[in-house]
Design a protein around this ligand. Structure first.
Ligand code: TRP
Length: 445
């Protein structure tokens, strides 16, 4: 059975809140218990450095988020469920560089967070890149490396992250295409965003999306009395008790719904229609949230008192994930890009090998028009050139067939050729001879 790999990270730049719980922590803990999945959950502490330059805050947030995940039931076993700190996976920064070298700068220019910063500067009459670090600009590449290093299939994220997943797919595709030799070999799986429908809309105290940047959050493990006070400060309209109330657009109702089952939600809906007072509605919300959170809060407080246990767990997760997956995969990627053992360098020493090295080449490539082509060239002479294909596999299939059948396939290929030089048949023969020479040299070692 093939395994679905699920991966997500939380940036360690603050205290986890109910939005993180409903949007990321609760669904990932549930997913980690699904048979047929392999799960990678991590603390995105390298991403935190982009926003937070207060070391104590990064450390505290890392502990709080780790303890939250564990308190909510995550059980790392370093086999089906891995839990680690991003910064411990040394393959991630290395892969970031490989991806940086295939990522289009123009694509990064369009990233929402970077663009917002540039637009803000423009509006304020500043230099466009005022206060913008290269870290902010490179954010999507680092995130792509997080995902691709373990070849995740599904990435549970909020709507605001969809663009980043699309960029990760783009970089993966470019890498596969550029280094996919023989044609069709795929180093990276193309990841997909997994969106929890009700999550992106979890509102904060003021009705806008619950977010650190709006300062409208309810901390996940606030003490009971603080939780109560915050819930009672949720903004409502001025309708008096007895007046029917709208559930539509009500932050209070949406928060309730995120914790309640279908029956409880229906009952609250009816209570709104019956004109429940806001104070009573808030009391019900508080009790419902606290019923779910209280046992978790107890575990959280215990875990926060034993940071050494969490530290050991994270180190173990990182070590095993690297040993089993990250390090061997990176070895393959280093080989793919040409960071190779020099002693294994093929040396053209015999006259036959030299001739083979000078033989025509048949290769597939991509043009700026986005289409795929193949061509047979002997030095500067183009012997064959194809018309464009939409699908790289089609171009690849012709390359394979011409290699296999040689000149015999030329007539069949006529329909996909833009150029056919008189020496094309001879070129294909020379290519076949050179391949045979190379194979013989390989056999000899
Ligand atoms: N950028 C994500 C956020 O702020 C956090 C993150 C970092 C992430 N790397 C990731 C999420 C990889 C999913 C996959 O929410």
């Amino acid at each position: 059975m093939s395994v679905t790999r699920i991966l997500t990270g939380i940036t360690t730049s603050g205290t986890p809140h109910l939005g993180n719980y409903v949007g990321a922590i609760r669904p990932t803990v549930a997913a980690s218990r699904t048979p047929g999945t392999q799960n990678f959950y991590f603390l995105a502490d390298l991403h935190a450095l982009i926003k937070v330059q207060d070391p104590a805050k990064v450390q505290r947030s890392t502990l709080e988020i780790a303890a939250s995940w564990l308190a909510c039931g995550l059980q790392p076993d370093n086999d089906r469920v891995w839990f680690y700190r991003q910064s411990e996976i040394l393959e991630i920064p290395e892969l970031t560089w490989f991806l940086t070298c295939v990522a289009g700068k123009g694509i990064l220019n369009r990233a929402h967070a970077y663009k917002a910063a540039v637009d803000r500067n423009a509006a304020e009459g500043q230099d466009p890149d005022f206060g913008v670090t290269a870290g902010l600009f490179m954010y999507p590449v680092l995130m792509a490396a997080d995902i691709l290093v373990f070849n995740a299939h599904k990435v549970p994220v909020g709507r605001d992250q969809i663009q980043h997943i699309e960029m990760a797919r783009d970089f993966a595709q470019r890498f596969n295409h550029l280094y996919g030799e023989p044609v069709g070999k795929e180093y990276f799986v193309l990841p997909e965003a997994q969106i929890e429908e009700h999550v992106a809309t979890l509102p904060g105290l003021d009705g806008r999306k619950m977010s650190k940047s709006y300062d409208n959050t309810i901390p996940l493990f606030a003490p009971r009395d603080v939780l109560k006070k915050l819930i009672f400060s949720i903004v409502t309209d001025s309708r008096a008790p007895g007046e029917p109330k709208d559930t539509e657009g009500s932050a209070l109702f949406q928060l309730y719904q995120a914790f309640a089952d279908a029956d409880e939600t229906a009952a609250m809906h009816a209570a709104f229609a019956d004109g429940i007072g806001w104070g009573d509605a808030k009391q019900r919300l508080f009790e419902r949230v606290d019923r779910e959170i209280a046992p978790l809060r107890e575990r959280y407080d215990e875990l926060m008192a034993k940071p050494q246990i969490i530290e050991a767990m994270l180190l173990d997760g990182a070590r095993t994930a690297r040993e089993r997956l990250g390090t061997p995969f990176m070895r393959t990627l280093r080989e793919a890009v040409g960071l190779r053992d020099l002693s294994k360098m093929p040396v053209a020493t015999t006259p036959a090998a030299e001739k083979a090295a000078a033989a025509p080449v048949l290769k597939q490539y991509r043009e700026p028009d986005g289409r795929f082509y193949f061509k047979l060239a002997d030095g500067d002479t183009v012997l064959l050139q194809s018309t464009g294909f939409d699908n790289p596999k089609d171009a690849g299939a012709w390359v394979a067939r011409l290699k296999r059948e040689g000149a015999a396939a030329l007539d069949a290929a006529a329909g996909v050729l833009a150029t056919r030089h008189d020496d094309a048949a001879a070129g294909l023969q020379a290519l076949a001879r050179a391949e045979a020479e190379r194979e013989a040299a390989r056999q000899r070692g």
